[in-house]
Design a protein around this ligand. Structure first.
Ligand SMILES: Cc1ncc(COP(=O)(O)O)c(C=O)c1O
Length: 461
């Protein structure tokens, strides 16, 4: 039985339409009200602490209390709280952050264009790809290929590129011009006896076949997260991007790396593209760009794209794109400080150093009878739950995963159930002792979930 809702929970249910939420169910349970944060912890409105094992939404890489970021924002608010980069105006924080982004991104990125969210970054990517191909006199070259289970956001084009059913159902999406190719999930999609490299080659063939069927002259870009995040933390199989990249080159298809989660150290390198040998022509970034302290996103484009787009803006008269809050000075000031901290404290090196211990925790848990697969890259990972240890899905997908996340929550750790995968993405500042504390209750939570799943008939063997 649910406890009666608190006054705040009732006000919440009356006032908000919640994202990614079953609203009638929320009216029964009430939202979990979070009041404060500090280090890797958040505290609910009754003062109970939780380890935030997801960095909020994969973004609070420096945790939930960083005075340097607060200072940077405050100072900037006092000096110049708002300005923009439209119609020939600019400001120092926008310039300095763009220079820093160019320094840390792979692929000789030449220009940076700002937005406020990851979705806007990916919408910008598509518009720039279209603008670029129009400028080159290729008006037919406009389709975008993304992947089933990829996540690229929720605006109309970003949600269309997202390859998840909830983002399309009843929203009349995807729109035309967006095509989806196969998911690089070896454990689930690999054929019996197939090696990871063979699986990668088969997926590259799927991509080739899709390009051939649509016509190479109609495909503008391929977009991919180096590690699929919201699709379930799916790490690419061996040789995946090595097999994909030559196909993109052959057909002159832009390669967009969606680094909204993977960027800024999460996979143990500055960008996931470096970890997985992807050679992007452009990069989307957000979230850890400001440690989640303030909304800011950016797209970096390479020299060739920059030259073509800039020349075309001259021909058209101006680049008819930009957001009021894109390049907000406070966001940029926080971004500059965030990148400074990543560099000064060698956060990327720290993630790389802790990655084996993080993976070892997950690998050990993969022995649990409820776990089918453990996956990890840097400090992001998942345990995929399964009724019998194989890729077989539960009869009612999502129920067992949700129960496991609830069991973790009652043990003081916030994780996210993505279907029946339990995702882990702790703040990158997590200490070794805190990493142990994050994993300490998992086995117990899985045991409780397992017993429940048997009682409820989710596991019959
Ligand atoms: C890889 C990726 N791209 C884009 C987005 C969309 O970002 P936003 O929610 O800021 O629009 C997300 C959000 O989780 C993401 O994980």
């Amino acid at each position: 039985m649910n406890r009666p809702l608190t006054n705040t929970q009732m006000r919440d249910a009356e006032a908000l339409l919640h994202a990614y939420t079953n609203t009638p169910a929320l009216r029964e349970t009430g939202a979990q009200m979070i009041a404060k944060g500090s280090g890797i912890h958040v505290f609910d409105d009754a003062g109970k602490p939780y380890i935030e094992g997801m960095s909020g939404l994969w973004c609070a890489g420096l945790g939930f209390g960083n005075e340097e970021l607060v200072e940077a924002a405050t100072k900037q608010m006092r000096e110049l709280p708002y300005y923009h980069v439209f119609s020939g105006k600019s400001h120092e924080p926008a310039v300095e952050l763009a220079e820093k982004i160019k320094d840390v991104t792979p692929g000789n990125m030449a220009r940076v264009i700002y937005q406020s969210s990851g979705s806007e970054a990916n919408d910008t990517q598509v518009k720039l790809a279209w603008y670029y191909n129009n400028a080159l006199g290729r008006p037919e070259k406009k389709k975008i290929i993304s992947r089933k289970k990829g996540y690229h956001g929720v605006t109309i084009v970003a949600a269309s590129m997202t390859g998840l059913p909830y983002n399309h159902a009843d929203f009349d999406l995807p729109v035309d011009r967006i095509k989806h190719t196969s998911t690089p999930h070896y454990w689930r999609e690999g054929h019996p006896g197939e090696t990871q490299e063979e699986f990668s080659a088969r997926l590259a063939q799927d991509l080739s076949d899709l390009i051939a069927a649509e016509g190479p002259d109609t495909i503008a870009a391929f977009i991919a997260e180096p590690v699929m995040g919201a699709g379930g933390v799916i790490t690419p199989p061996k040789g995946y991007f090595e097999a994909i990249m030559p196909i993109l080159h052959e057909h002159d298809i832009l390669c967009i790396s969606d680094e909204v989660i993977c960027g800024f150290g999460r996979t143990g390198n500055w960008f996931g593209a470096e970890t997985f040998n992807m050679q992007p022509t452009s990069i989307s970034m957000a979230k850890q760009l400001t440690g989640g302290f303030i909304p800011l996103s950016a797209v970096a484009i390479n020299r060739d794209m920059a030259d073509v787009i800039e020349a075309n803006s001259g021909k058209v008269g101006l680049l008819g794109h930009g957001f009021t809050y894109g390049g907000h000075p406070v966001g940029c000031a926080v971004g500059i400080k965030t990148l400074e901290i990543y560099q000064r404290d060698n956060i990327v090196g720290k993630v790389a150093r802790q990655a084996p211990a993080f993976k070892a925790h997950l690998d050990r848990l993969s022995q649990h009878p409820l776990v089918g697969e453990a996956r990890a890259s840097g400090l992001m990972g998942a345990l995929e739950l399964s009724p019998d240890g194989t890729p077989k899905t539960f009869e009612h997908p999502g129920k067992v995963g949700a129960k496991a996340a609830a069991e973790m929550l009652s043990r003081g750790v916030i994780l996210r159930a993505i279907g029946d995968s339990l995702a882990f993405c702790p703040p990158m500042i997590i200490t070794d002792a805190e990493l142990d504390a994050l994993f300490a209750p998992v086995e117990d939570a899985l045991d409780a979930t397992y017993i429940w799943a048997k009682t409820e008939g989710h596991i019959t063997s």
